[in-house]
Design a protein around this ligand. Structure first.
Ligand code: ISE
Length: 298
């Protein structure tokens, strides 16, 4: 598959490197970025239109995800779009509605992580999940809302995948901020998700934990507890190196992955979480667009 990568930042560079050798059947044929040196195109739309580009990876800023994803759908090209799928649920819905041929995959790579795959296989009659999402540090532009929309969105996706349940209610509580948090940023945060089946999920999100990148997940079931092994890394690229490679391999091989509907469902939950962050109370997620179907069991 001849792939073009839009965005030459951290994730674009990671995908481009993997596509140039680590992914059987893939060939990196073009890159695009408005400011980086050494790219094929400055405009992502030109890359999407290029006849030698069969499929596209979008790893550019979130505001560009909707126009680029829609252009790929229009051109009939498969696309792997980094998370979050778009900046708000309405944009995600427009993409999901346009994606009638299921050309869109969203970069929720954790479901390809071998530890999460094993965890899912061992879950029986789950009642509760406890998650922690700790980053050593984040960029200066990371604010309280991004902790939800950029970081916790992974737990939202992965708990829907682990439990095969939609999330119906969310509440965000915040302790006093760490002294490492930027002025006005609520870090850490405690997010409580409730599923349609009555399970509860807690997520401690700590964007400036300092000591390392540390992802935990403990599933409490009726007859036992299963959890991810503890693997403290320096960065998410290190912790999820296998997941990023396996995600691309699955995508190139045409295997199922996170869909545009998953991106839309996750955005609905993080939007509700942002509202809860500001009010402190629980917020209902509301019904997802029924015409998109369920899609929880892919
Ligand atoms: C980052 O954008 C990612 O996607 C990482 O997987 C996540 O752990 C981190 O919190 C995000 O900022």
């Amino acid at each position: 598959m001849r792939v073009g990568v839009i965005g030459a930042g951290l994730m674009g560079a990671t995908h481009a490197r993997l596509l140039s050798g680590a992914v059987p059947g893939a060939e990196l044929v073009a890159t695009a970025d408005p400011v980086a040196d050494g790219v094929t195109y400055s405009d992502g739309l030109e890359l999407i239109a290029a006849p030698d580009v069969e499929a596209v990876v979008i790893a550019s800023p979130v505001v560009t995800h909707e126009p680029y994803t829609l252009a790929c759908i229009e051109a009939g090209k498969r696309v792997l779009c980094e998370k979050p799928l778009a900046g708000d649920p309405a944009a995600c819905l427009r993409i999901a509605e346009a994606d009638t041929h299921e050309l869109v995959t969203v970069g929720f790579m954790r479901r390809f992580d071998p530890d999460y795959v094993e965890l899912k296989a061992r879950i029986e009659a789950p009642l509760l999940i406890h998650c922690a999402h700790r980053n050593p540090s984040v960029h200066d532009f990371f604010d309280s809302e991004m902790i939800l929309t950029d970081s916790v969105v992974h737990e939202v996706y992965i708990t829907r995948w682990l439990l095969e349940q939609e999330i119906v209610r969310v509440q965000v509580l915040t302790p006093r901020p760490t002294s490492r948090a930027r002025e006005g940023v609520r870090d850490p945060q405690l997010v409580i998700l409730e599923t349609e089946g009555g399970q509860l999920v807690t997520v401690e999100a700590f964007a400036t934990a300092g000591y390392g990148y540390d992802i935990r997940c403990t599933v409490v079931g009726e007859s036992g507890v299963v959890e991810l092994p503890v693997r403290i890394a320096e960065s998410f690229q290190e912790r999820f190196a296998d997941a990023y490679r396996l995600e691309l391999q699955a995508w190139v091989a045409g295997e199922p992955g996170p869909t545009a509907r998953d991106g839309y469902a996750a955005a609905r939950v993080t939007e509700a979480a942002v509202r809860s962050l500001h009010t402190g109370g629980p917020v209902e997620v509301g019904q997802l667009a029924p015409h998109l179907g369920s899609g929880l069991h892919d």
